[in-house]
Design a protein around this ligand. Structure first.
Ligand SMILES: *Cc1c(COP(=O)(O)O)cnc(C)c1O
Length: 362
């Protein structure tokens, strides 16, 4: 297969870049974006980098009515030598295709997606913030664009990549959060779309999140959709528990998102010979462990926060405090190791990081 050429149309003017210390999450976007078009029977065409601008879509486009869309989230870091590093980007592009398969959307060649991403990052390289904790958040997504109100897979799509400089997740240092266990609403069920990164999962989660916010909790803990008994995820992160020296995370069951941070943590723990098990784990078991004093740590994992320690669960008004509300030793070590590898400060024995070639050197 020949590689599609990427046409580059540079922006005439450059936007003002925000100061590193004022960066938030996902509010500011760089000067350019990547786009490609898909038409059933013809495949992908028109691979291009163009100035960042609003999309023009037919109001009847499938995306607006039936939600045929998938997305990804990853980060680029500037290392101390000024090189740009990505963390397991091929895993994200592969997962986007898996998500797309569930929603009857076309596949986008992983190599071509990585080429597009590299080109876009090189184009907007000046936008990567350099201060501690900051990064360039990368949002690839695909949407259905055929103007048709029948419920059927669209025949037309666009694949887009946008970039957003983001501030440090932990401006005041890593600190544990309080979690409300959600007994009524569910995020996903096996057989549904929980394992796909698709818009509907997040729209349906907003209601519970809003209730948790109002009660002073930062995220919800999602339970299984059948019995409201087994733990699935925390907010839009995977979740881990350390009980009596063993690390446990819910096994992938068709409704849990297969996180790349989750996968990396399991690999790291295996590498360190820390026992780690993927299995069903109930809220009942967490309460027993907490009461017996064997619940040592709990934390969420995902690209945005990397590790988010949990200091308390509220389960039907019963408060279960974890590790006196402090960040645990393992949580800290995992956070430092993963972010160290991502930024190139630590050795990468797994070959996880990927350096974007610097056009000034090539
Ligand atoms: C993206 C996401 C995660 C974390 O995945 P990473 O690849 O580690 O960023 C976990 N759960 C949900 C629901 C997600 O959307």
């Amino acid at each position: 297969m020949t590689k599609p050429a990427i046409e580059i149309k540079l922006s005439k003017s450059k936007k003002q870049k925000p100061l590193a210390e004022q960066l938030e999450f996902g509010k500011v976007f760089t000067d350019h974006m990547f786009l490609a078009d898909y038409l059933e029977g013809e495949g992908w065409s028109n691979h291009r980098i163009v100035p960042y601008e609003p999309l023009m879509l037919d109001p009847a486009a499938t995306i607006f009515h039936y939600g045929q869309t998938v997305f990804e989230g990853m980060k680029a870091y500037l290392d101390k030598d000024g090189s740009v590093r990505l963390f397991r980007p091929e895993e994200n592009m592969r997962r986007m295709n898996q998500s797309g398969e569930r929603l009857c959307m076309p596949q986008f060649d992983v190599e071509n997606a990585l080429d597009a991403l590299k080109q876009l990052i090189i184009t907007d390289r000046e936008w990567i913030p350099a201060t501690e904790g900051t990064s360039l958040y990368i949002r690839p997504f695909m949407i259905a664009t055929e103007p048709y109100l029948g419920v059927a897979p669209s025949k037309k799509y666009i694949f887009v990549i946008i970039l957003s400089p983001v501030g440090s997740y932990y401006k005041e240092g890593i600190h544990p959060v309080k979690i409300l266990v959600e007994n009524e609403y569910v995020r996903a069920v096996a057989g549904g779309t929980g394992m796909a990164k698709t818009a509907g999962n997040y729209a349906s989660g907003l209601r519970a999140q809003e209730i948790a916010d109002r009660k002073g909790y930062s995220q919800v803990l999602w339970l299984d959709g059948v019995e409201r008994k087994y733990i699935e995820e925390v907010g839009s992160m995977n979740v881990f528990f350390k009980i009596n020296g063993e690390v446990i995370t819910p096994a992938l069951n068709g409704s849990i998102l297969d996180g790349i941070t989750r996968k990396s943590i399991i690999q790291l723990l295996n590498h360190w010979n820390v026992p780690v098990t993927e299995r069903k784990i109930s809220m009942e078991e967490i309460r027993s462990a907490q009461q017996e004093g064997t619940l040592e740590e709990a934390f969420g994992t995902g690209t945005a926060a990397v590790i988010s320690p949990i200091g308390e669960f509220n389960w039907s008004d019963e408060k279960l405090v974890v590790n006196s509300g402090e960040t645990g030793e393992l949580s800290k070590k995992l956070y430092e190791t993963l972010t160290g590898i991502q930024k190139g400060d630590l050795e990468d024995p797994f070959g996880w990081t990927f350096e974007v070639p610097d056009p000034a050197i090539v």
